[in-house]
Design a protein around this ligand. Structure first.
Ligand SMILES: CC(C)(COP(=O)([O-])OP(=O)([O-])OC[C@H]1O[C@@H](n2cnc3c(N)ncnc32)[C@H](O)[C@@H]1OP(=O)([O-])[O-])[C@@H](O)C(=O)NCCC(=O)NCCSC(=O)C[C@@](C)(O)CC(=O)[O-]
Length: 302
């Protein structure tokens, strides 16, 4: 299949990135400034917060304050995770544009992450999706552990396909396929996608790959060759997953953008501004950017 002419980048840094930071809870003002800076790069889709239990993920405990603190740039969609009705109600009150439910293809990961079975998770999501739709809010669905689980190991592509199909049938507009612990390789990614795309049209799928084993760009190239045109990524490669020990961040948005620019695939995102934002947030966290491209570009100014 020909490569897509355009790709939509879905920025994860403020949520998937920051949720996993150990140490003190990051100031709300820093989260707000990160999102505001990201909004100026041309990104049109920013996951800004997570309305989950603060006991489970302390870094996301100020989701409402973050949402009320940011400058909403017209044309940018600000989304948040909502695992249950309590989260959705808070997200609606905070004025999110879009929400996401998050399940997994692995029973053990689902238990560790959201404290229920896959079946129970889908039952829990049903009223969330219903209420979101009644409020004219679109719902995205995540499926984690699509290429491997930290607790169960190998995950059958058919299982990924089944959970993805359920979420689509329940009303999610898009299913994001998460290689939560970054264990995938290109052939595995293609095989997983082949199974899923028999159940969910490829234009309703997104790739959400972590870079733990340094395979994320190769895996992304493999799936865009198959028609994937939505990519989740995290500025400066921030993040990991609090319930997946050893998982490193999402692939760095700067690195994905550099690759897409090289392929003449349109994104509308300014690489220089994005790299500056990545250096800025990395400095706030007391480290260097996790993006190889940003480091190579060397633009450290604010
Ligand atoms: C789902 C629950 C809440 C179940 O957790 P639970 O303990 O089974 O829930 P519960 O209903 O028994 O409630 C326990 C306490 O949490 C409170 N609570 C309950 N819900 C909420 C809420 N929405 N907001 C705020 N507080 C909430 C509730 O009020 C209660 O408070 P208490 O009475 O003890 O004071 C919990 O397991 C949880 O919050 N998990 C979140 C885990 C998480 O955020 N993981 C990271 C995101 S997923 C991810 O990163 C992967 C992804 C998406 O990026 C894709 C990939 O890379 O693969």
């Amino acid at each position: 299949m020909a490569l897509p002419t355009a790709v939509r980048l879905f920025e994860m840094g403020a949520r998937d990135g920051l949720q996993n930071e150990s140490g003190p809870v990051i100031d709300t003002a820093i989260k707000v400034e990160l999102i505001n800076r990201l909004s100026e790069t041309g990104l049109k889709h920013i996951e800004a917060a997570s309305f989950v239990s603060p006991k489970w993920v302390p870094q996301m405990g100020d989701a409402s304050e973050v949402m009320s603190g940011i400058d909403r740039k017209p044309g940018v969609i600000y989304s948040a995770l909502t695992p249950n009705l309590k989260g959705l109600e808070a997200a609606i009150a905070a004025g999110v544009d879009e929400v996401a439910v998050f399940g997994a293809a692995s029973e053990a990961f689902t238990q560790k992450n959201i404290n229920c079975s896959i079946k129970e998770s889908l039952e829990r999501f049903a009223p969330v999706i219903e209420l979101a739709k009644a409020n004219h809010i679109r719902v995205r669905g995540y499926v984690s552990t699509v290429m491997g689980c930290p607790y169960e190991g190998e995950i059958a592509p058919a299982q990924v396909a089944a959970v993805s199909r359920e979420l689509l049938d329940m009303g999610c507009y898009e299913i994001s396929l998460g290689d939560t612990i970054g264990v995938g390789t290109p052939l595995k990614a293609k095989r997983m996608l082949e199974a899923v795309s028999q159940q969910v049209p490829i234009d309703k799928l997104a790739a959400h790959f972590h870079d733990t084993y340094g395979q994320a760009l190769a895996n992304l190239y493999a799936v865009i060759e198959e028609g994937i045109a939505v990519i989740d990524a995290s500025v400066a490669g921030l993040g990991g997953c609090p319930y997946a020990k050893g998982a490193s961040g999402n692939v760095a948005t700067e690195d994905v953008l550099y690759m897409l620019n090289g392929l003449s695939i349109e994104t509308g995102v300014d690489l220089h501004k994005l790299a500056l934002t990545g250096h800025w947030i990395s400095a706030q966290l007391g480290r260097s950017s996790g993006s190889k491209v940003a480091l190579a570009m060397g633009c450290q100014g604010s």
